[in-house]
Design a protein around this ligand. Sequence first.
Ligand code: DC
Length: 219
Amino acid sequence: MIIAIDGPAGAGKSTISNEIARRQGFQLVDTGAMYRTVAFEAARRDVDLGDADAVAKVARSLDFEFRFEEGENVTYCDGRPLRQEIRTAQVSHDASIVSAHPKVRDVLVELQQQVGRERDSVLEGRDIGTVVFPDADVKLYITASAKVRAQRRVEQMRDQGLEADFDEVYNEIVDRDRRDSERDVAPLRQAEDAVRIDTSEMDIDEVLARVEELVAQYS
Ligand code: DC
């Protein structure tokens, strides 16, 4: 069974995907972590991020695994767990560059299809329901207003002891949404047959209850 979860950053997609995978006992394939890892490794190897062929070569050289350990989904690359090092602002920026290369996407999409076929999976990303698994059993598009996403991000940053300015964060989100939806390759868009869940006015338990209801209908 394949559960496809797409949507913009900050809508609660990761929290929902992690929890649904845990409850169902499914593998979680965090495809954003894969783009992040390619960006991280390319930078570490001094590869020019604008060189699509060189970055695609890095992508092909990596061995990904998705494990569930001590209550947490962890992405492994070449036998090493990847955690905060792929969550920095620099890696977020670099990941948006490498993910715009069709050649890089081709490599990662094929890997995602392979790992998804091996086990019941939740795949989380931007193009799962449209490109990677257009025939997924359950397709969700999780979104929230830019204002709510900015507010959540500001709170998250302040919780981590970081300074955060609402207007700055909001403008970044609006810009990123525009770039993601207007890019030529696999732009962020809702699949026609995806169920749209707007989490702006919902708390996490309400969203999870709704998702579980949908999953139960299909399984
Ligand atoms: O979801 P995230 O922030 O971890 O994603 C990191 C980057 O990868 C972000 O720029 C969007 C991009 N991405 C993508 O293009 N396609 C996916 N399936 C997942 C992520």
